[in-house]
Write a protein that binds this ligand. Structure first.
Ligand SMILES: CC(=O)N[C@H]1[C@@H](OP(=O)(O)OP(=O)(O)OC[C@H]2O[C@@H](n3ccc(=O)[nH]c3=O)[C@H](O)[C@@H]2O)O[C@H](CO)[C@@H](O)[C@@H]1O
Ligand SMILES: C=C(OP(=O)(O)O)C(=O)O
Length: 437
C-alpha cells in the first residue's frame, strides 16, 4: 500500500506557520555525536523520515539514545558496535539517505576506521563523493572502494592536519573533512570550504565540544586538532528551505501568512530572491509577514533584460529552493529564467506543471524559462508523482493553488524532508488529505 496526498486547490490560506528544525543541519549534527563518548543533547530535531532513519542507524551502531521530548534527544556514543557497520543491514540502511555519508568523518577520526555504502538521497543528477574521500586521503587515510558491493572503507592509525584545497565547495564534503580534522594531529586548513549556516552551526557545536575551529562562515577554515571532544547541547536553526517554501505557498495561494521565528540573519539572499519575483514580504521582529497579494510582478535586471534566478554555493541562492521559485513564477506577471547549475536532473518536473497549464519552456536539463500567468489563468489540478523532495513540495504548492482536485503520489519523497506537512497545511486552511492507495 502506498500513500498519496489528495488536494482540492484554489483556497486562500491564512495564519501562522512555524518552520521545523533544519533537515540538512540535523543530518550533520547527528553524525557529530559520534565524536565523543559523552552525552550530546540536541534540540529542535525535525521529525522527518531522513532524520529518523539516521537516528535509527546511530541506535543500531550502539549509540545510547534518550528522547527527552518531541525533537529533543540525548545521544551517548560511549560503546559502539562495528559489527553493525560492516553488516548487510547497514549496507541497506546507510544507502537510504544522503546524510549518512557524514558518519564517515567522525568514525574515521575517533575509531580509525570507517565504512559506508553508496548513500541515497535525491536522484537529481550525478552526486559524486570525490571531495569527501580526497579530503580524508590528504589527512592520511587509506581508501578502498568495493565496486561490486558499492561499499567504501577508510582506515587510519592517525590523521595528520595539513592544507587541503577542496576541488569543490561541497556541503556534506566539508562537514565530513571538518569532523575528521578536529581530532587530527596538528593544524588543518580547509580552503574552498562550503560555509552554509548548517556548516557554521556544526563548527560552533564542535567548538563547544572542545574543538578549535576558526574562520567559521568563511571559505577558509583553520582547525587545530585536539585529542578528544566532550559533550554539549545544541539547538537546530529553523529550516531555511521550508521558510522559502512557505513564502512561495503564500504567493501562489494569494494568502496572508506569518512565518514565525525564521532567524532572519541566517537567510542570506532568500528573502530578496522572492522579492525579485515581486512578492511582498516584511521582516517583523524575527517573523516574516506576507500580505495577501492578488498579483506579483517579476523584476527585470537594471539593463532591462530578463531576470535569471540561479543557484550557487552559499552565500549564493540554495539549489534546494529553485523548484519553489520556478513554481511561484508560473503565476507571476513577467518572465524569468531559472538556471539550476548544480544538478542536471532537477528540472524535469516542469512537465507536470505544463500539464497543469503553466507556460514553461525547458531549454535544457539545467534551464527553464517561465512565462508567468499573472493569476489570470489558474493552474488545473491533476495526477502527479513527486520525483524528489523539493520538486515534491513545489508540486504540492502548485496543487494547492490549482483549480480542482490533484493527487500527488510517492509522497514518501516529501515526508523525507517536511514534518507533518499535511497537518500544518490543514491548520492554515488547506484542503489536503493523506490517502492510502
Ligand atoms: C544532506 C545535504 O546536506 N544535502 C544538501 C547538500 O548535498 P551535497 O553535500 O551532496 O551536495 P554538494 O555540496 O556536494 O554538491 C552539490 C552539487 O553541486 C555541485 N557543486 C558543488 C559545489 C561547487 O562549488 N560546485 C559544484 O558544481 C556538485 O558537483 C554537486 O553536483 O548540498 C546540496 C547543495 O547545496 C543540497 O542540494 C543538498 O540538499
Ligand atoms: C537534495 C536534498 O536532500 P538530499 O541531499 O538528502 O538528497 C535536499 O534537501 O533538497
Amino acid at each position: 500500500m502506498s500513500e498519496a496526498f489528495q488536494i482540492r486547490g484554489g483556497k486562500q490560506l491564512h495564519g501562522e506557520i512555524k518552520p521545523q528544525g533544519a533537515k540538512n543541519e540535523a543530518l550533520q549534527i547527528l553524525c557529530a555525536v559520534l565524536l565523543t563518548g559523552e552525552e550530546v543533547r540536541i534540540k529542535n530535531i525535525p521529525d522527518i523520515h531522513d532524520v529518523n532513519r539516521l537516528i535509527e542507524i546511530l541506535g543500531d551502531f550502539g549509540v545510547k539514545i534518550t528522547e527527552n521530548a518531541h525533537g529533543d534527544y540525548t545521544f551517548k556514543a560511549d560503546n559502539v558496535n562495528f559489527d553493525y557497520i560492516k553488516s548487510k543491514e547497514f549496507k541497506k540502511d546507510g544507502a537510504r539517505l544522503r546524510g549518512s555519508i557524514m558518519l564517515l568523518g567522525p568514525m574515521l577520526a575517533r575509531f580509525g576506521e570507517a565504512y559506508m555504502p553508496t548513500p541515497g538521497g535525491d536522484k537529481i543528477g550525478r552526486r559524486r563523493l570525490d571531495t569527501h574521500f580526497q579530503g580524508f586521503i590528504e589527512l592520511g587515510a587509506e581508501f578502498h572502494y568495493d565496486e561490486e558491493e558499492y561499499f567504501y572503507s577508510l582506515k587510519a592509525n592517525e590523521l595528520t592536519g595539513k592544507f587541503i584545497l577542496l576541488e569543490e565547495a561541497s556541503v556534506t564534503g566539508t562537514a565530513n573533512v571538518v569532523m575528521a580534522a578536529v581530532l587530527a594531529k596538528g593544524k588543518t586548513r580547509i580552503y574552498n570550504a562550503a560555509c552554509e549556516p548548517y556548516l557554521q552551526q556544526l563548527c560552533k557545536m564542535l567548538n563547544r565540544m572542545g574543538a578549535n575551529i576558526s574562520g567559521i562562515g568563511s571559505n577558509l577554515l583553520t582547525i587545530e586538532g585536539v585529542s578528544h571532544l566532550h559533550g554539549t547541547e545544541h539547538t537546530m536553526l529553523p529550516d531555511m528551505v521550508e521558510i522559502g517554501s512557505w513564502i512561495g505557498l503564500a504567493a501562489m495561494t494569494k494568502s496572508e501568512m506569518t512565518i514565525k521565528n525564521v532567524n532572519w540573519n541566517q537567510l542570506g539572499v532568500i528573502p530578496n530572491t522572492f522579492r525579485k519575483l515581486g512578492i511582498q514580504l516584511e521582516q517583523s521582529g524575527d517573523d516574516i509577514y506576507i500580505p495577501a497579494q492578488e498579483h506579483y510582478k517579476i523584476q527585470k535586471f537594471i539593463d532591462g533584460s530578463i531576470l535569471t534566478v540561479s543557484d550557487a554555493p552559499w552565500p549564493g541562492f540554495t539549489p534546494d529552493l529553485l523548484s519553489i521559485v520556478l513554481v511561484v513564477a508560473t503565476q507571476a506577471k513577467g518572465t524569468v529564467l531559472i538556471h539550476q547549475k548544480m544538478f542536471e536532473s532537477r528540472l524535469f518536473f516542469v512537465d507536470k506543471l505544463i500539464d497543469m497549464g503553466a507556460q514553461i519552456i525547458l531549454c535544457d536539463p539545467h534551464r527553464a524559462t517561465v512565462v508567468g500567468l499573472n493569476h489570470e489563468y489558474p493552474l488545473r489540478g491533476t495526477n502527479m508523482t513527486s520525483p524528489d523532495i523539493r520538486a515534491g513540495n513545489a508540486l504540492l504548492i502548485a496543487a494547492l493553488s490549482a483549480e480542482g482536485k490533484s493527487i500527488i503520489h510517492n509522497i514518501e519523497q516529501i515526508d523525507r524532508g517536511y514534518e507533518n506537512i499535511d497537518g500544518r497545511l490543514k491548520a492554515l486552511g488547506a484542503d489536503i488529505e493523506r490517502i492510502q492507495l
